[in-house]
Design a protein around this ligand. Structure first.
Ligand code: SAM
Length: 223
């Protein structure tokens, strides 16, 4: 196994979306660092993986990060997984990856699902160049400033959003970027997977009558 820290992508919904290599690595490492151990244990149970897990998430990342680096320096093999998709993309994975690199620890990737890549290609919008902005701020003024900065953007824009902020964000997109084409993708690879390709104003009408549920990625057409 090349590397000590293995960044392992896991499914974004459908448990079958995992690579053979990911399963083997998760079986072989000394420890799996998970965002939420209860969540990851469902995946591990599904594949009969008994490796020890430990939590590594936003609020323990400093203390637990030091602990994990100590183990890595002792030549332990650790797999990093997040609740879904590719660790490091809009989740705390970034911090331990940076810390490992700064400590000259070999880091390698076991690639796989990532929500924004799936959403972008499903949207049917140009994929030759795009801007991934992740989550906009939950603070209205900052969110609006972030959108103002995207007004002249010539690339397809990709955003993550939670169901309870979806309508507010769509309202701000309409106000600031105008009534553009948008693909609202929801619950990808899951039972209620949905991709709506429509105008921002129609998306607002739709979610006013169908309250948003699940996980969303928004793909906004370039200006
Ligand atoms: N690391 C993950 C990745 O590789 O995509 C992203 C983690 S981020 C904390 C979680 C966000 O990803 C959700 O709020 C949602 O915007 C998006 N997401 C994750 N799974 C999704 C799915 N099955 N369908 C749509 N969006 C999803």
């Amino acid at each position: 196994m090349p590397g000590n820290l293995f960044i392992v992508a896991t499914p974004i919904g459908n448990l079958e979306d995992i690579t053979f290599r990911a399963i083997n690595i998760l079986k072989e490492v000394d420890l799996i660092a998970c965002e939420d151990t209860r969540h990851t244990k469902k995946l591990l149970y599904h594949y009969g993986i008994n490796t020890t897990t430990t939590s590594y998430f936003e609020y323990n990342k400093v203390k637990k990060g030091k602990f994990l680096i100590r183990l890595l320096k002792e030549d332990k093999k650790i797999a990093l997984v997040s609740d879904s998709g590719t660790p490091g993309i809009s989740d705390p994975g970034y911090n331990i990856i940076r810390l490992a690199i700064d400590n000259d620890i070999p880091v390698t990737i076991v690639p796989g699902p990532c929500a924004f890549v799936s959403a972008l290609v499903l949207s049917g919008m140009p994929t030759d160049s795009f801007l991934f902005e992740g989550f906009l701020s939950y603070k209205k003024a900052k969110r609006r400033r972030q959108l103002e900065a995207l007004k002249q953007e010539k690339r397809t824009i990709v955003l993550y959003e939670s169901p309870h902020r979806l309508l507010k964000t769509l309202g701000d997109i309409l106000d600031i970027l105008g009534d553009r084409d948008i693909a609202v993708t929801r619950e990808l690879t899951k039972f209620f997977e949905e991709v709506l390709r429509l105008k921002v104003s129609h998306a607002i009408e739709h979610f006013n009558t169908n309250p948003p549920r699940g996980e969303f990625v928004l793909i906004i057409s370039r200006s």
